[in-house]
Ligand binder design. Sequence first.
Ligand SMILES: [Zn+2]
Length: 529
Amino acid sequence: MIKRLFILGFTLCFATLMSAQDNLSALMPMPNNIVSGKGTYLTLSNRTNIVCADKTLSFAASELHRILHERMNLNVSVTGRSTGKGSILLMLDSSLKGMEHYRLKVGSEGITIAGRSAAAVLYGVMTFDQLLMGDNYHSSHCQIASVSIDDSPRFARRELMLDPARHFLPIKDVKFYIDQMVKYKFNVLQLHLTDDQGWRIEIKGREKLTETGPFYTQAELKELVDYAAERAVEIVPELDIPGHTVAFLHAYPELGCTSNDTVPKVVGTTTNMMVCASVLEVYTVYKDIITQVAALFPSPYIHLGGDEAAVSKNWALCDRCKMTMKMNGFTKPEQLMILFFDKMLKYVREAGKTAILWCELDNIYPPANDYLFPYPKDVQLVSWRNGLTPTTISLTRKHGNQVLLAPGEYAYFDYPQLKGDLPEFNNWGMPVTTLRKSYEFDPGYGLPETEQAHIVGVMGTLWGEAIVDINRACYMTFPRAFALSEAGWTEMKNRSWKSFKARIYPNLTELMKKGVSVRAPFEIAGVGE
Ligand SMILES: [Zn+2]
């Protein structure tokens, strides 16, 4: 193992030496507007001040302080008032257009990082860090090249998803993951909190839900939400219904369908069970759960799953559900989804939130011509099944739903990165998603602007069946998340595989130095394109 790590490290260092090192060589994602200076350098020293008058920018200021210490061995002061030439000014600027819009200017007079919001200023600081990282030589001499960057993202929502339901991830590991997300301007972490393999969120008064395994207390989640918010990351909770509910049914066996009420519900083993659509108590319990979860997470969204519901093995065989179908004049058991989500979505609305669902079409392979059931307009849908995203973009536009893109073929980071690579277990014959493939993702699919206006962003998913811990999660995430960060942030005209390939290495080396597991993409080294 030690030998293997050494070889990886050597490969990375070698590749780093081979690529040109300048202030633009480690930018990730690539900013949308860069004007390089005329080869002049600003020299910083311990007399340099970080000037930051706004309390909401104190985290950005402390990050900047850390960066100057790590990259230049400086120990500068943070002050509220300008002390003249050569200082680094952090400020809010309400004249900037988007909420994440920032401007970063390095000139002979000093450095200014201005943003529309605290998040935007923090992104300016992250870009500043990458300028220093790329130009290692000058940074070690406390010099920084003049440059002017005016940057804002292509998409508002740039998400990653972790699945602690399948393999639990302690809070400290989720925080570690958030630390890495912010470097690449990801602003949403979705947590898949419930599934067949576990129920990971404390629900007050319903302690039996969490009896079968580790879980997050509400106090821990509150702390996590605050930690994430400081780093401009919003946490979206997911409670998967009506399928993926074995852990729920283990606690409430009477809330399944009559067809499976004698079947044992073994958490982690039993699959394909659903909560019954026709028992009033299902709705009473979930109303309580949704209300508690809504109060816990400040995000305007709650994800309710809605995917892979084995209707034919549950609702279609259930005496109560058959009766409900008859009473409503339904001809197909899938139509019970209308009734089921009619109630569940009402609880989400009453809690002041917007629901997200995984988009299911009337077939899982093309041609899939329409929604599985008529999703209400106020539901945000996620496109995920391999090959169906162009259809989903077109259907969501037609039906008036917002859509978030997590196409399996580009953004499923639980899939292997190369044939024969990890995961070595629970691999159900997953397709391979190479780094190159991830990079080819254009969330707009080349469509005219008007036809992509309802696309809110991108999400990389790490389904947890084969992801035992945070090291594995990070190994599967990086470097493919670099590609996704650029898909979400950078306009297509500013993207290129050749440029991206060179910018990977300093960032991978940096992550390794911080103890983050990464995969070295040896297959692209030396391939001229
Ligand atoms: Zn039923």
